[in-house]
Design a protein around this ligand. Structure first.
Ligand code: NAD
Length: 316
C-alpha cells in the first residue's frame, strides 16, 4: 500500500464538490478506482462520472469511514464547509465539520492503516502578511473561523500523521475558479459572480477599493496538483502553495472580464471596509520543485474556458 501504480484505489471526501468532482473524474479517467463520500450540503452528485462509487454521508461518521477505507490506497480530504463569510456567522458548525471531520478521518485512517493523505487546505490561512509572494515558511495569521479551521486541520494532519505514521501532503489552494463553480445567492465567489453580473448587464460591484489582490488559479491546475501530490511518493509532511503565482487585483479581474467579453463594464464600489486581506499571491516554487507543479492556464484563458463550457454563462 502507498506505492503509485497504474490502477489505484482512492477515497475522495467532499468528492461531489467543485474541486473534488474534477479530481474524482480525472482519477477514474486515468483508470483508477474512486470512492466518494459527500453529504451533498453543497456538492452535486450529477457532476460525477458514472464510474465513481458515490456514498452519501457525513465526514464525521467514523464507522462509515471504516467501510469506505477498506482496500483504499490513498485518501484525499476535501470535505468541508467553504464559505468565509458564512464561517463568521456559524463558527461552531465550521469548527465541528472542518476540524472535527479532519480528526475523525485521521482516526479512521489509523484504524484502517491507510498510509497517505492529501489535505486541501487554503491560502486563507496566511491572513494579512507583511510581504508577498506568500511562502510556506511564513507564520500563518488566520483571521476568520474558516481560515482558523483550515489551519487547525493542518496542525492535526501534521501531528496525527507523525504520531500514527500516515504520510501527509497539505496543499494550500488559493482562489480556485472554473466551469461549474457554485454560485450561491449569498456571498458568491468573485469570479462567477462578476461574470454573471457582466453578462446580465448589471453593475459589477467591487468590494472595498478594488485594489485588494488575490491569486486566481484555474481548476485544471488545481486538479494537476492534487494528482501529483498523491503520486509524489517520498514527499511527506509537506505544506505546498497551489496558486497561479500571479497577483490580480479585484478591480483588475473586472478589467480582464471586460476585455474577454469585449464590453465596457459599469462598476459600483460598495465601500466595504471588510473586503478581506489586502494582498495575496502564492509563491509556487516549492510545489514546482517537489511536485513538478506548473500552473498552465492564464486568467483570460480560464475565463474564456468558462464562457465556452459552462452553460450558465452562455452568451446570448
Ligand atoms: P465545495 O463546497 O464545492 O466542496 C466541498 C464538498 O464537501 C461539498 O461537495 C460538500 O457537499 C461536502 N461536504 C461539506 N460538509 C460535509 C460533511 N459534513 N460531510 C461530508 N461532505 C461534506 O467546495 P470546493 O471549492 O470544491 O472546496 C473543496 C475543498 O478545497 C474544501 O476543503 C475547501 O476548503 C478547499 N479549498 C477550496 C478553494 C477554492 O478556491 N475552491 C481554495 C482553498 C481550499
Amino acid at each position: 500500500m502507498g506505492e503509485w501504480g497504474t490502477s489505484m484505489r482512492f477515497l475522495v471526501t467532499g468528492g461531489a464538490g467543485f474541486l473534488g468532482a474534477a479530481l474524482a473524474n480525472r482519477l477514474v479517467a486515468e483508470g483508477h478506482a474512486v470512492r466518494v463520500l459527500d453529504d451533498l450540503s453543497s456538492g452535486d452528485r450529477s457532476r460525477l462520472d458514472q464510474r465513481v462509487a458515490f456514498t452519501a454521508g457525513d465526514i464525521r461518521d467514523v464507522p462509515k469511514l471504516w467501510s469506505l477505507l477498506h482496500g483504499v490506497d490513498f485518501v484525499y480530504h476535501l470535505a468541508a464547509r467553504v464559505s468565509v463569510p458564512e464561517s463568521v456567522l456559524y463558527p461552531v458548525e465550521y469548527n465541528a465539520i472542518n476540524v472535527g471531520g479532519t480528526v475523525s478521518l485521521l482516526t479512521a485512517m489509523r484504524d484502517a492503516q491507510i498510509k497517505r493523505l492529501v489535505f486541501a487546505s487554503s491560502g486563507a490561512v496566511y491572513g494579512e502578511q507583511p510581504s508577498q509572494p506568500l511562502t510556506e515558511e511564513l507564520m500563518p495569521h488566520p483571521a476568520t473561523p474558516y481560515a482558523v479551521s483550515k489551519r487547525a486541520s493542518e496542525l492535526y494532519v501534521q501531528a496525527i500523521g507523525q504520531l500514527w505514521g500516515i504520510e501527509t501532503v497539505i496543499l494550500r489552494i488559493f482562489n480556485a475558479y472554473g466551469p461549474g463553480q457554485p454560485l450561491p445567492p449569498s456571498h458568491p465567489p468573485v469570479v462567477p459572480h462578476y461574470l454573471r453580473q457582466a453578462l446580465t448587464g448589471a453593475s459589477v460591484v467591487i468590494h472595498g477599493d478594488g485594489r485588494q489582490t488575490r491569486d486566481f488559479v484555474f481548476i485544471s491546475d488545481v486538479a494537476d496538483a492534487l494528482v501529483a501530490a498523491a503520486q509524489a511518493v517520498g514527499v511527506d509532511r509537506e505544506i505546498l502553495n497551489i496558486g497561479s503565482g500571479v497577483e490580480t487585483s479585484v478591480g483588475g479581474l473586472a478589467d480582464t472580464i471586460a476585455k474577454v467579453l469585449g464590453k465596457e463594464l459599469h462598476r459600483l464600489g460598495n465601500g466595504d471596509a471588510a473586503a478581506g486581506v489586502s494582498r495575496m499571491v502564492a509563491d509556487v516554487g516549492r510545489a514546482h520543485e517537489l511536485l513538478g507543479y506548473k500552473p498552465r492556464v492564464s486568467l483570460p484563458e480560464g475565463l474564456r474556458e468558462i464562457l465556452n463550457s459552462d452553460a450558465r454563462f452562455a452568451r446570448r
